[in-house]
Design a protein around this ligand. Structure first.
Ligand code: GLN
Length: 482
């Protein structure tokens, strides 16, 4: 049962071969039994889950269910959940019980989905390995000595270890796609503005976007149907119509033009990963797609410009954590300044402090033009590269990550090496485009992800291209030995 996709579970719930309460209880038992190994959840919410499951069963019986009614899901601990601890992986918010629901959570609730709990993550979503979490590292179910990726590593490990049928993630520079790749999942980062950011604890507001982490592209489509849409509470949220993302899944790939950026294949990728990616692209070719070499000449500038823009926005967003309004407050402050300093000094972890320092420096008078403004200009060039490419091709493909999952501790003392694990994903966020990672094979017994990049609001096309691949391959069906 734990191997089943959302699409399969929907059928079982609707034909009553299982109830949502039974399904939810089974997952709760499995989490309780196995999550000591992975540390994928920060909070498990059994009472709430069973209450939601009971309500879902009534709705299923009454015949007014939506596709996700009764489906258990794991939510990244970055989404505010009314009455439930919302930590964003930080000591700063260890005592924070959110007083309202994020729009994404609200939409799942309205759809009748069940929340199993809140998943572990890098502190304030800063990281690529889940090692910066206040709650300790998450283990990759494919090899527990390795990282699951980050920052949505708890969500990735939970789905890969079959502790939840699917989960949510957020992606600022790769945090849905990179852990999906490292854990053999399908992960989708929608176009910036497709999904509301309201109630999603902000890291870098011009880059952050929420999306699904699932076993299949079909499940990602079902999840995105529930998540996407205009929200008056988020001024950057698009009011473009939300199509039915499952409608185009079965379109044939004949004539599809796939762009292969030469910069992605020149250097940097592990040879064993490159082999898997080449085979995956060959599969598309055999299915009738046309391969076109393209160039993204400024893609080499994406990591440096991201590490100016993202910390700058983060330093501003994180100024709200001051020990006054909510979150951690130091003991016995002698005066206001002491309280600010010690609350922030004690409440934030090392990586978060490093980003705040970089960000405030880049934004300071005298350096603003040289760093922040320059980075914004480079960002425009990166978007223009994609714009030109999409005049010639329908989707762009390449690796999601340069290597498979690395060992826990291997890169944690070397931030720059860690930052480079997002080398193929970051440009997509800078441009605001939709991107996906799908299972494409294995290198040294560890999963490899193929990245698909689409034009603005072309999530349907990405999902179609991913789904078609999953009809002719079974990489996505492989599960870790547990
Ligand atoms: N790994 C990148 C960073 O540390 C991206 C994180 C993310 O997408 N949230 O900033």
């Amino acid at each position: 049962m734990f191997q089943k996709t959302i699409a399969e579970l929907i059928i079982e719930l609707q034909n009553k071969s299982i109830s949502s309460v039974e399904l939810t209880q089974a997952y709760l038992n499995r989490i309780q039994k196995n999550d000591q190994i992975y540390n994928s959840f920060i909070t498990v919410t059994p009472d709430l889950a069973l209450e939601q499951a009971e309500r879902a069963d009534k709705r299923l019986a009454a015949g007014n269910a939506e596709p996700l009614t009764g489906i258990p899901l794991a939510q990244k601990d970055i989404f505010c959940t009314n009455g439930v601890k919302t930590s964003s992986g930080s000591k700063m918010l260890d005592n924070f019980i959110a007083p309202y629901d994020a729009t994404v959570i609200d939409k799942f609730n309205q759809a009748g989905a069940v929340m199993l709990g809140k998943t572990n993550m890098d502190e304030f979503a800063m990281g690529s390995s889940n090692e910066t979490s206040f709650y300790g590292p998450v283990k990759n179910p494919w090899n527990t000595n390795t990282v699951p990726g980050g920052s949505s590593g708890g969500s990735a490990a939970a789905v890969a270890a079959q502790l939840a049928p699917a989960a949510t993630g957020t992606d600022t520079g790769g945090s849905i796609r990179q852990p999906a790749a490292l854990c053999n999942l399908t992960g989708l980062k929608p176009t910036y503005g497709r999904v509301s950011r309201y109630g999603m604890i902000a890291f870098a507001s011009s880059l952050d976007q929420a999306g699904p982490m699932t076993k299949t592209a079909e499940d990602a489509a079902i999840m995105l149907n529930a998540m996407a849409g205009f929200d008056p509470k988020d001024s950057t949220c698009s009011n473009k119509n939300v199509p039915d993302y499952t409608a185009d899944l079965n379109k044939n790939l004949k004539g599809l033009k796939i762009g292969l950026p030469k910069e992605f294949f020149e250097k940097g990728m592990d040879e064993s990963v490159a082999k898997v990616i080449e085979d995956a692209i060959d599969t598309y070719k055999k299915a009738g797609a046309e391969l076109v070499e393209i160039s993204l000449p400024n893609s080499g500038l994406s990591v440096p410009s991201y590490y100016v823009v993202a910390p700058a926005e983060a330093s501003s967003n994180l100024s709200r954590f001051d020990g006054v309004r909510y979150g951690y407050r130091c003991e016995n402050p002698v005066d206001l300044e002491d309280m600010y300093k010690r609350s922030r000094g004690e409440g934030f972890g090392e990586e978060v402090k490093r980003r705040i320092m970089i960000g405030t420096y880049a934004l300071s008078v005298g350096f603003y033009d040289a760093y922040y403004l320059k980075a914004q200009k480079v960002r425009r060039l990166i978007s223009e590269d994609f714009k030109k490419a999409f005049e010639k091709v329908d989707v762009i493909m390449g690796p999601t990550t340069p290597t498979t999952a690395f060992n826990i501790g291997e890169k944690s003392n070397d931030p720059v090496t860690m930052y480079l694990s997002d080398i193929y994903t970051i440009a997509v966020n800078l441009a605001g485009l939709p991107g996906m990672s799908i299972p494409a094979g294995f290198a040294n017994n560890m999963p490899v992800g193929l990245q698909l990049i689409g034009n603005y609001f072309e999530e349907s096309r990405l999902l179609n291209v991913a789904h078609q691949y999953q009809q002719i391959t079974d990489w996505h069906k492989q599960t870790p030995a547990m």
